[in-house]
Design a protein around this ligand. Structure first.
Ligand code: ATP
Ligand code: MG
Length: 557
């Protein structure tokens, strides 16, 4: 495959420098380290593309590692969905799928080593006391009364913690560094806690669990990771990352190094697993894969393609400062992909019946239509006396500039004839039932009046052959301020119009028996995908995105 156009980023530059200097003789090695406590979202897609992408680009390797050190929130459902999502995005960890819990024995041994070196101690203080004595950015913290326990006492207590002698919260193991350090993480950060909890993989084998700050650098080192890429909020943790590896004998230049980048924030979009879980658990959405969710599984169901997500991640680049990316750019990427790769069909979302009175009742024609100007291909579209058009393609009292159908006016039916509206048929309440029109019989492709100038062209389906279908239209899940920031109280700002179901839609018969996950452009209506709710009897479509590209306009300026 021709190399995708790859923009440079500062992490790639660091790697190139490292390789030039001959560091990391075995090649570079990254990892993607999700905590299996929820489904992955668009922010994780950025991290996946970055980590797997850097490895691919530099002929290195990227591991998948489940950071499963928090037993109470983790679940195998999440482990499975995470794997599915990464594969779907197009990346492979080959045989390198690991769990931090694989290393619990090793991590425990490292903790004992720290104790033996006088660099860790068991603290009897409660979490509140530890928090209260941490100090502030302007004041140093206070040393714990347990800080100067002997190595023997610490080892004994830590072993008894492991043996289950103490209750949750009764003791912790802390690194012994510097309570006056300007870096808060270096103020004797907690590295092990007691939790009598069942773990999704290790069961009840452990009742002490390592903290992220301890488990992460060591898991990286154990796996031979060279570049440990993470988001900016871990910048303050980097000195501890280095301190820990240094004091456990991992040599500088060979040991992993942490590099931070700005997390992805998108307008109108929640990128926090905790908040997404709340939406699922409180029933505000159908599930993690609801097409309105910014989860990878939601985006997939919505009809986003792996190529469009990878393109998006490439385009937004990698920066060191946080920013808010316009969701229109993500929409632009999927539109771009589907414009090229989705076939065009005609579907009428809100049907209005039209009878073409001068067209024979028993006649049926099969007209040729182009599938996609970029990819070619054609199909047959049936035409007959009764058709449906969109309700809003007809206006009884139309302004001058309305170039669709109006009484006495003409419009071209895409791929078919020019019709004129002669009569509007209404019920007793004055509601429009149907239109009576006549067609210009010579106006279809190849006919004598085919090129007659008509301002408007509309789509349609033939009544006899159209397939009934359900169409689901989506809008943003959350109402935001005008800059697109999601408010803190996002539940109060749920958009009650985020889902609109049209259950009387009609579509041309060429799509019959289409299975879930097939993309189409509905002419003039947008891009759509068949939903997993589709059956051989009933088609269900999700609108992926509309046709109007606000981003392309902005970016051309
Ligand atoms: P959340 O805040 O949604 O719970 P997290 O950081 O706790 O996310 P993890 O499972 O720990 O979730 O994330 C796995 C990896 O994905 C981490 O390296 C994390 O830095 C990265 N990541 C998470 N969110 C984003 C984001 N919005 N943009 C870029 N990377 C992200
Ligand atoms: Mg995390």
């Amino acid at each position: 495959m021709a190399e995708m156009q790859q923009s440079s980023n500062f992490i790639q530059n660091i790697i190139e420098d490292d390789l030039k200097q001959g560091k990391y003789a075995d090649g570079i090695h990254t990892r993607f380290p999700p905590e299996p406590n929820g489904y992955l979202h668009i922010g994780h897609a950025k991290s996946i593309c970055l980590n797997f992408g850097l490895a691919e680009r530099n002929q290195g390797l990227c591991n998948l590692r489940f950071d499963d050190t928090n037993p109470t929130k983790e679940d195998t459902e999440y482990v499975d969905s995470i794997q599915e999502d990464i594969k779907w995005l197009g990346f492979s960890w080959a045989d390198r799928m690991f769990y931090a819990s694989d290393y619990f024995d090793k991590l425990y041994a490292y903790a004992e080593q720290l104790i033996e070196k006088g660099l860790a101690y068991v603290d009897d203080q409660s979490a509140e006391e530890i928090k209260a004595t941490r100090g502030t950015l302007t004041e140093p913290g206070q040393e714990s009364p347990c800080r100067n326990r002997s190595v023997e006492e610490n080892l004994d207590l830590f072993r008894r913690m492991k043996a289950g002698e103490f209750q949750d919260g009764a003791k912790v193991l802390r690194a012994k560094i510097d309570m006056a350090s300007p870096n808060m993480v270096l103020r004797d950060t907690v590295i092990y806690r007691i939790a009598h909890a069942h773990h999704h993989r290790t069961g009840d084998a452990w009742c002490i669990y390592p903290m992220y700050d301890f488990a992460h650098p060591l898991s990286d080192a154990i796996e031979g990771i060279t570049h440990s890429v993470c988001t900016l909020e871990f910048e303050e943790h980097r000195p501890f990352y280095d301190w820990l590896l240094e004091h456990l004998g991992f040599e500088e230049g060979k040991r992993p190094r942490q590099i931070e980048f700005a997390r992805l924030n998108l307008t109108n979009t929640i990128t926090s697993k905790r908040k997404l879980r709340q939406l699922v658990e409180e029933g505000h959405v159908r599930g993690w894969d609801d097409p309105r969710m910014p989860t990878i599984s939601g985006l997939r169901r919505r009809g986003y393609t792996p190529a469009s997500l990878r393109k998006f991640c490439e385009e937004i680049g990698v920066a060191k400062a946080n920013s808010l990316v316009d969701a229109a750019m993500l929409e632009h990427c999927v539109r771009d992909d589907l414009n090229e790769n989705a076939d065009r069909v005609m579907a009428v979302l809100r049907p209005l019946k039209v009878i073409i009175t001068n067209y024979p009742e028993d006649k049926e024609e099969w007209l040729l239509a182009d599938n996609n100007p970029l990819r070619g291909g054609q199909r047959f579209v049936p035409f007959s006396r009764e058709i449906y058009i969109e309700q809003d393609d007809f206006l009884e009292e139309a302004p001058k500039k309305f170039f669709r159908l109006k009484p006495g006016g003409e419009v071209r039916l895409k791929h078919a004839y020019i019709i004129r509206c002669d009569e509007v048929i209404k019920d007793e309440q004055g509601r429009i039932l149907e239109l009576h029109c006549t067609c210009d019989p010579d106006s279809k492709t190849g006919g004598a009046t085919a090129n007659r100038k008509i301002k408007g062209t509309i789509h349609w389906v033939a009544a006899k052959t159209a397939l009934p279908c359900e169409v689901r239209l989506y809008d943003y899940l959350i109402e935001t301020d005008e800059d697109g920031n999601v408010p803190a109280d996002f539940i109060a700002s749920l958009n009650d119009k985020s889902l609109e179901v049209l259950d009387k839609a009609l579509i041309e018969p060429s799509v019959k028996l289409t299975a879930a996950g097939t993309h189409y452009q509905f002419l003039r209506e947008g891009y759509f995908v068949t939903d997993p709710d589709t059956t051989p009897e009933r088609l269900v479509f999700n609108r992926v995105v509309g046709l109007k590209d606000t981003w392309a306009k902005v970016s051309k300026k």
